[in-house]
Design a binder for this molecule. Sequence first.
Ligand SMILES: NC(=O)c1ccc[n+]([C@@H]2O[C@H](COP(=O)([O-])OP(=O)(O)OC[C@H]3O[C@@H](n4cnc5c(N)ncnc54)[C@H](O)[C@@H]3O)[C@@H](O)[C@H]2O)c1
Length: 362
Amino acid sequence: MSFSLQKKSDTLCFFSSFEELIPQIAGLKKKYESYLIFSDDFVFNLYGEDLADHLQTVGKPVSHILYPQGEMSKTWECATACWNQLIQSGADRSTLLIAIGGGVTSDLAGFIAGIYMRGIDFVVIPTTLLSMTDAAIGGKSGINFGGVKNLLGIIRQPRRIYLCEKFLETLPERELISGMAESVKHAVIGSEELFALLSKKGILSGEKSDLREIIIKSAEIKIGIVSRDEQEEGERALLNYGHTFGHALESATDYTKYLHGEAVSIGMSCAGYVGKKLGMVEEQFIEKQDSLCLSLGLPIKLPSFPDDETLLRLMKKDKKSISGKIRLIVPEKIGKVISIPDVPDIIILEALKEKRLKDERE
Ligand SMILES: NC(=O)c1ccc[n+]([C@@H]2O[C@H](COP(=O)([O-])OP(=O)(O)OC[C@H]3O[C@@H](n4cnc5c(N)ncnc54)[C@H](O)[C@@H]3O)[C@@H](O)[C@H]2O)c1
């Protein structure tokens, strides 16, 4: 059965099979003349042909554009190759782009569809936990550029987000665990209840209903924040909790060492130490947050490379930093974080030093 999570704009819908999905797509208010599946090569091999076969039943032309799987495809070169393929396929404003895949797919799809012809419509079918709980929601899209994560991008909402947890059955465990990091983030930002649910023993291998609840609760938190502040003029920035450190780790290691959620997990731990230095949280908070991440199989320790100075330099390049001043989202307690516009370098360096000492002792 499908249902809608966001009553107002009806954007998030669950489905359980492609048979059930196709009438939802065909029944969208705007009538499209063609469908274009957008995916990475790996996900397309798993699900793309089946989706294309089902879409054919609508009686409109169906084509596809594929890119090589992984974060390394979030580049200007890849985006340009996709735009060229859009031109070759004859895509226009009567085309619906159907993005199926993880967060890289939704980030690329929104950027490509949002710029092409000043914007063509797209829908997203997230297939990783991370994209179901976070990346596919909220309309942020973009690519990495100039050594900075997500430097180029736009905010453009998909027409719909279609959710089905069955895709998670083929997702490698490391990717599933990585996806949990964004749910931990949502819990620390705004829900003690979600934090408790994530802390339930064996949550990853347990009941399917638990996973669905995690997806729904995480998505609700993100949808709530985005619907109040779509353009990130205030509250939306809180969703970057753990990300300023995380993005710096990802770009310092050329997007090859850490999955996004893994870098965010380490980033949240670092943010906890900054919170402690600023007198906002006690050691107990850090331990609680770190233990949850560890119990889910997420990393929390800082690597020896990049060193603290390099991390700091990269953090200053982050989009959130203004005139070299680092804006950080810092915890107050489980369920509440705040934005600090100008965290002094010395506080960050001292926090990282304390964290490294603690990492060594563990
Ligand atoms: N726009 C946003 O608001 C937002 C929020 C959080 C993260 N992100 C972005 O999301 C990206 C990370 O997303 P991700 O972790 O989903 O990465 P991803 O899209 O690269 O997917 C991870 C890997 O899993 C494979 N895969 C996907 N679905 C599968 C399935 N069902 N079965 C088997 N394999 C599958 C993919 O081919 C890929 O190799 C990062 O680039 C991050 O910046 C964006």
